[in-house]
Design a binder for this molecule. Structure first.
Ligand code: NAD
Length: 259
């Protein structure tokens, strides 16, 4: 039984890594999926083709999630295409490494702009649409769902990445406050917090076998995660099976945050 039949989903940063796995998993669960990308249109189009090849429905939408006008236009495009939206997966995120005193204001600002402001802008447009459509009385479950991709660095400090850790820590409290504010309108907001997942964002973390070994020492389950590990949790948080889960953070990290 597919859990998301009839649902319309938007995944930001959906062309790569964890977002791409989420887009595929949502489609596999029966949802129509809008794949937002910033610059790599070929990746996004390849995913649409893959989803269509297995009988699903998907579109691509170019937008920079840190730009208000582009975010508004992106939501308009989804709503024009499918009439409305049921699921937002706010996944786009970036890292900018710098030793603290070398960190430029631009490095600080760009991470905040994507990881925090981008989440705010996308969630606001999603909630606006959920409210415009209103609560559907015959449905007992939530009619609007938001899943944010956070990180284990929303609770684990990260030297050399104070901008990233601050953005994810901020995202966690943003997510919880929003969840509290909109729950009575039958909108559920939750987060997934991945640990070390093999994607382009962090390939430098296992450049050498030695680095990979050191990383594995931090993971009780002794394996690096796959994007699909995160995607399955997102499908569950977006489905009615998790209908009583509100403002939760699901750590998908092989036990990295157990201390
Ligand atoms: P990734 O680099 O493969 O994907 C990031 C995606 O975000 C890309 O598609 C990129 O184009 C997009 N993006 C960046 N800036 C954007 C913008 N301004 N507008 C729209 N899209 C933009 O890396 P990933 O690992 O798949 O990252 C996805 C999310 O997972 C991020 O939020 C990241 O912080 C989080 N995360 C990843 C890991 C990991 O180990 N890979 C761990 C914890 C959290």
């Amino acid at each position: 039984e597919k859990s998301l039949v009839g649902q319309r989903a938007l995944v930001t940063g959906g062309n790569s890594g964890i977002g791409a796995a989420i887009a595929l998993a949502l489609a596999e669960a029966g949802a129509r999926v809008a794949i937002n990308y910033l610059s790599n249109v070929e990746e996004a189009q390849a995913l649409v083709a893959e989803i269509q090849a297995s009988g699903g429905e998907a579109i691509t939408i170019q937008a920079d999630v840190s730009q208000e006008d582009q975010v508004i236009a992106m939501f308009q495009q989804v709503i024009e295409t499918w009439g409305s939206l049921d699921i937002l997966v706010a996944n786009a995120g970036i890292q900018q490494y710098a030793p603290f005193v070398d960190m430029t204001l631009a490095q600080w600002d760009s991470v905040m702009a994507v990881n925090l402001t981008g989440q705010f802008l996308c969630a606001r447009e999603a909630v606006k649409e959920f409210l415009r459509r209103g609560v559907v009385p015959e449905l007992s479950c939530a009619t609007g769902k938001i899943v944010c991709t956070s990180s284990v660095h929303d609770i684990i400090p990260w030297a050399g990445h104070v901008n990233y850790a601050a953005s994810k820590g901020g995202l966690l409290m943003f997510m919880k406050s929003l969840a509290q504010e909109v729950a009575h309108m039958k909108i559920r907001v939750n987060a997934v917090s991945p640990g070390a997942i093999r994607t382009p964002i962090n390939r430098s973390a296992w450049e050498t076998p030695e680095m990979e070994e050191n990383l594995l020492k931090l993971i009780p389950y002794e394996r690096i995660g796959d994007p699909a590990d995160v995607a399955q949790a997102v499908v569950w948080l977006a489905s009615d099976a998790s209908d009583y889960v509100v403002g939760a953070t699901l750590y998908i990290d092989g036990g990295m945050t157990l201390y």
